[in-house]
Design a protein around this ligand. Structure first.
Ligand SMILES: NC(=O)c1ccc[n+]([C@@H]2O[C@H](COP(=O)([O-])OP(=O)(O)OC[C@H]3O[C@@H](n4cnc5c(N)ncnc54)[C@H](OP(=O)(O)O)[C@@H]3O)[C@@H](O)[C@H]2O)c1
Length: 333
């Protein structure tokens, strides 16, 4: 497709990368999918086509200077969909600098970064209110500081006029392929007929996005020039709020009902998290993010709607049904 040229998706084999890749090819874009593991890329994007009708697989490590250049070679647009393990968030800023430098050296014109709500820190809105893109970025947790620093690498390049940027902020993932997500941990305990571990409090409003809904949103943004910004005032942030507000407790009940298991939940407070964290390094990482349960950062996405119209927002029951079916198939493999 002429308008956005060739698109490389860096970190394509993850949940968002898959959704974006398939939506872009369906919309007629030429797509290169990048990762470090060929088998993962082939499993996520089984069709191979050299003539632009399918996916071109490319192996590159975006964390090295050569790998970053190789990843971005020949692309007009780079979509950064890679994630790092929770305990390795300190690598985000350096990785992003290497990747942006590589993209610029290869003449990439536009960079999309998939982001999350961590850079905002505590929501400065009335209780239950939504946060707009104008909200101050004042992260309170180490992981939020690292994600902000990652964004800042791109913002700096955009403000220097080197590239057009877009940071698409997403809430928690749900749905098929959402492997590394809070929702998946709830689905797994339900499928195991065990007690769900829910971070307390569990009755505050929360947002989830059905990951396959992200693909069409990105496809529309690719052909929406106003979404991409550059220059001294560039503010590249854009929210996609997903399927709307729900409490984590209501979400978990939907999951247990879909699985056919009796719902039971353990409320994991800060003290219990700290104790679990002594034995489990991932649990340890959740301690500083616990504020998102008591003071959830829920996104207002009216700016996105103004740019591309109302996006697909898969209802919770439908997403949970699809997620449970996917997780069951995964277990059966
Ligand atoms: N999980 C959530 O609820 C949630 C919510 C909002 C936003 N987000 C954010 O959304 C983004 C995407 O998350 P995701 O779960 O879709 O992706 P992901 O699975 O965390 O990462 C996608 C892929 O990136 C590849 N990758 C990692 N390091 C790489 C490198 N140095 N070079 C090339 N490829 C590399 C990995 O494949 P290989 O190992 O094979 O290279 C991995 O399959 C992340 O930034 C995440 O924080 C997540």
């Amino acid at each position: 497709m002429g308008e956005s040229g060739k698109v490389v998706i860096v970190g394509a084999a993850g949940a968002t990368g898959k959704a974006i890749g398939h939506a872009l090819v369906a919309a007629g874009h030429e797509v290169v999918v990048v990762g470090r593991t060929l088998s993962r890329l082939e499993a996520a994007f089984p069709t191979r086509s050299a003539n632009g009708g399918g996916f071109q697989h490319r192996i590159a490590d975006a964390e090295t200077a050569e790998g970053a250049r190789a990843a971005c070679h020949g692309a007009e647009t780079a979509a950064v969909a890679l994630g790092l393990p929770y305990h390795e968030f300190g690598r985000y800023p350096g990785l992003m600098k290497t990747l942006v430098d590589g993209a610029l050296a290869e003449g990439v014109r536009r960079i999309l970064l998939i982001g999350n709500v961590y850079p905002y820190g505590l929501p400065r809105v009335d209780a239950g209110g939504l946060v707009t893109e104008a909200h101050a970025r004042e992260p309170v947790a180490f992981k939020g500081k690292m994600r902000k620093a990652q964004e800042d690498v791109l913002v700096e390049a955009a403000r220097a006029g080197q590239v057009e940027a877009l940071v698409l902020r997403l809430p928690d993932f749900m749905g098929p392929e959402a492997e590394l997500s809070y929702a998946k941990s709830i689905v797994d305990t339900a499928l195991g007929n065990k007690t769900a571990n829910l971070f307390a409090p569990i009755d505050t409003p929360h947002q989830f996005v059905h990951v396959p809904d992200v693909g069409p949103v990105v496809a529309r943004l690719m052909t929406t020039p106003a979404a991409w910004v550059s220059g001294p005032e560039a503010a590249p942030w854009l929210h996609f709020a997903g399927s709307g507000l729900i409490t984590v407790e209501a979400f978990a009940k939907l999951v247990y009902a879909e699985v056919g298991a009796r719902y039971r939940a353990r409320k994991v407070g800060r003290t219990m998290l700290r104790i679990l964290g002594v034995f489990d390094k991932i649990m340890r990482e959740f301690v500083e993010m616990q504020y998102l349960q008591s003071d959830p950062v829920n996104l207002d996405d009216q700016r996105l709607v103004g740019l591309i119209g109302e996006p697909q927002r898969t209802p919770y029951a439908e997403s949970v049904r699809a997620m449970v079916a996917w997780a069951k198939a995964l277990k059966a493999r």
